[in-house]
Design a protein around this ligand. Structure first.
Ligand code: GLU
Ligand code: ZN
Length: 510
């Protein structure tokens, strides 16, 4: 069988985790079986559609690197792929359903429908939906009223003979049976403005686009019985249904904004990498190889299978996603990581010469090189892109001078801090002897030797030096920082620290 699957979003909101999980599973399923992945825009709810959401859809998938084979932008053999451009088609099938008696016109006004709703509510009636008022209007009368210009909708006639049930099989959930009396009573297929509803357009398009498998969120499961009736009414074979497990927050409730970011734009703004989001999303309801978490897109394409889907709901774990993000940051080259984190780094590079220009000037070539080199210092220490610039800020501007006490090692005093800082200054000269910086391994050897010779603890020697150079007791690797800053800037920082400590020492002493 030639697999054909689709992602069929309505452009009525921003792309979020649930949506991209559906798209990704369809995409992986198509790729795993050498099939086609189709994008179809279900824009029949005209009031709620907005081009902004359509742009967001395209932007999101470009960013994620998910490509479809046929779609509104690419075209294809069964287009157009936008439902609002297919209204003639739907009307043709509505006509067929009317002729077969499988659908009927409803002439009820919105006021009437609203009235029965409020009356039922007042009476606390368990009945909901349409009361099938127009179900038995004869064909002739119906055609006459339509021809006379009365407004109408077209409704699906749900079979209600005694014992009527609708059965279907879901690939994941198994055999499912619905009493027809429990199905939405005669749902609207065609609205009074001539536009189809979701049900009609979805079924007609899945058939005409030769969709073989429907993989979508479980919230659509309740629509399947009426879709099955519609397929039958049109004399068509339904595709394979496969409703994906729900995605929940840690509290077991459906994932929503309360749990954290859900829209893809938000993840992007927070500095997530597309690879991390994709890799993690691929796990929301599917298992791959035992004990393995990291997969390239190509690997997932090979491994994905409907048999690996889980029935149990998937729990969205932001901590795990953060872990993935960290892992993908570790895999980046310095050039890529610098480019990716650059949007958050503008404050590092200062403003342009003229004070009046509000725009940051952007990095000079020299700053760009330094920033790129600095990526080696933070790659292992950042889980999010926006964290990166802050961690290397001390390479670009002088750190806020720490209070003199900050330079004092444990169980030591200010006088020792001063002598340790002086030793630190000598180390700088040793690191750059001959005008070139030594390797980080060599620097380490030199420091150890110095500590031994001066009879001080290695940690005590390094601590004040680290604070002077980086402005903090906790920092990226010290020797690499020194190497990137160069001898001159390091000496200046140590001198500043020495001045602060010596001044305080003389005040205290004198
Ligand atoms: N337009 C529906 C949505 O917004 C499509 C549901 C389906 O896949 O059938 O998700
Ligand atoms: Zn009616």
């Amino acid at each position: 069988m030639n697999i054909r699957v689709r992602y069929a979003p309505s452009p009525t909101g921003f792309q979020h985790i649930g949506g991209i999980r559906t798209a990704l599973f369809n995409y992986l399923f198509a790729r795993s079986g050498g099939g086609k992945f189709i994008l179809r825009l279900e824009d029949t709810d005209r009031a709620r559609c907005d081009p902004v959401y359509e742009q967001n859809l395209y932007g999101t998938f470009v960013w994620l690197g998910i490509h479809w084979d046929e779609g509104p932008d690419l075209g294809g053999p069964v287009g157009p792929y936008v439902q609002s451009q297919r209204t003639d088609l739907y009307q043709r099938y509505v006509q067929e359903l009317l002729e077969k008696g499988r659908a009927y016109r409803c002439f009820c006004s919105t006021e009437r429908l609203e009235k029965i709703r409020t009356e039922r509510e007042a009476a606390r009636s368990p009945e909901t939906g349409y009361d099938r008022h127009c179900r038995n209007i004869g064909g002739e009368e119906s055609s006459r009223r339509a021809a006379a210009g009365e407004t109408f909708t077209v409704r699906l006639r749900i079979p209600l003979d005694r014992g009527n049930v609708t059965r279907f099989t879901d690939k994941l959930l198994g055999d499912i049976e619905w009493k027809n009396s429990d199905i939405n009573p005669d749902p609207v297929l065609l609205k009074s403005d001539g536009f189809p509803t979701y049900h009609l357009a979805n079924v007609v398009d899945d058939h005409l686009m030769e969709i073989t498998h429907i993989l979508r969120a479980q919230e659509w499961l309740s629509s399947v019985p009426l879709h099955v009736i519609l397929y039958d009414a049109l004399g068509w074979e339904p595709p394979v249904f496969c409703h994906l497990p729900m995605v929940m927050g840690q509290d077991g409730k459906k994932l929503s904004k309360r749990h954290g970011a859900t829209s893809i734009d938000e993840f992007r703004r927070q500095g997530y990498l597309p690879e991390a989001l994709l890799n993690y999303t691929a796990f929301l309801g599917c298992s791959y190889e035992e004990g393995r978490d990291l997969y390239t897109a190509e690997e997932m394409e090979k491994l994905f299978s409907l048999d690996k889907l889980n029935k149990a709901p998937a729990i969205f774990d932001y901590k795990k996603l953060e872990w993935y993000n960290g892992q993908y940051i570790r895999m980046k080259t310095s050039e890529d990581l610098a480019a990716l984190s650059m949007p958050w780094a503008q404050d590092l590079f200062g403003k342009s010469g003229e004070e009046t220009t509000a725009e940051p000037a952007g990095p000079t070539e020299e700053q760009k090189t330094l920033y790129t080199e600095a990526m080696d210092l933070v790659r292992e220490r950042a889980n999010f892109l926006p964290e990166i610039p802050g961690k290397v800020g001390y390479l670009f501007s002088e750190p806020v001078p720490p209070a003199p006490e900050e330079f004092i090692p444990k169980k030591s005093d200010l006088a020792s801090a001063v002598s340790l800082l002086r030793m630190g200054k000598e180390l700088i000269s040793a690191f750059f002897s001959g005008g070139k910086s030594v390797s980080d391994e060599e620097a380490e050897r030199i420091v150890k030797e110095k500590a031994e010779k001066e009879n001080v603890k290695l940690g005590d020697l390094l601590m004040p030096l680290r604070v002077a150079i980086t402005g903090s007791r906790v920092s990226p690797p010290l020797f690499a920082s020194i190497r990137l800053l160069g001898a001159e800037r390091c000496r200046q920082r140590i001198d500043a620290a020495l001045t602060a400590c010596s001044t305080l020492l003389s005040i205290l002493g004198g």
